[in-house]
Design a protein around this ligand. Structure first.
Ligand code: GLN
Length: 194
């Protein structure tokens, strides 16, 4: 099992640390050939417009799209935006996942916050099903899911913050900035089964 982390911009180092703590082999991805032999890829948080532009500059756009057609990809925050079909403004998107996102959905007043979420899907890796403490930083919302994408978690008011479509996973928050490794284990499990 080997998981890559797109290392163009953003908090890729934290994902790599988390994967290595789990005993999973992890590699930085900056060039198309770095995707060879990977079982899955994480696209980190950061700035989705910058990640998109750098992916174009480094010739990664089509290789990433091809990778996502038969391997697992997880986007956190900016990474979730980059995975989406629609961010309601022009910017380079992989358009792999049937989700529409709203960038910076929480505005300036609450640009960062933490909240406990119920994420039943995590029972796949931990039967206890305790609440998941999520960290949001200038986060997007997942406005809607379509096709065969499903909602994994919402805020109390029903707004969507995590979704999955087969081998594709999107979280508006940052599991790599916490000590809770359940989402990383969940993704490794997805990558192993896709
Ligand atoms: N606001 C950023 C964007 O729109 C995402 C922020 C993050 O990844 N923490 O791309």
């Amino acid at each position: 099992m080997k998981i890559g982390v797109l290392a163009l911009q953003g908090d890729f180092a934290e994902h790599i640390t988390m994967l290595r703590k789990l005993g999973v082999s992890a590699a930085e991805v900056r060039l198309p050939e770095h995707l060879d032999g990977l079982d899955g890829l994480i696209i980190p948080g950061g700035e989705s417009t910058t990640i998109g532009k750098l992916a174009q500059d480094f010739g990664l756009f089509e290789p990433l799209r091809r990778f996502g057609r038969n391997r697992a990809i997880w986007g956190t925050c900016a990474g979730a935006i980059f995975l989406s079909k629609d961010a309601r403004r022009p910017q380079p998107l992989l358009e792999l996942m049937d989700i529409t996102v709203e960038r910076n959905a929480f505005g300036r007043q609450v640009d960062s916050f933490e909240v406990d979420l119920s994420v039943p899907a995590l029972q796949a890796v931990d039967p206890e099903n305790r609440p998941y403490h999520a960290v949001f930083i200038r986060a997007p919302l997942i406005e809607s899911v379509s096709g065969d994408a499903v909602v994994l978690a919402t805020l109390d008011d029903g707004r969507i913050v995590a979704a999955q479509q087969g081998r594709l996973l999107a979280t508006a928050f940052h599991p790599e900035l916490t000590d809770d490794d359940r989402f990383h284990r969940y993704f490794v499990h997805m990558a192993a089964n896709s």
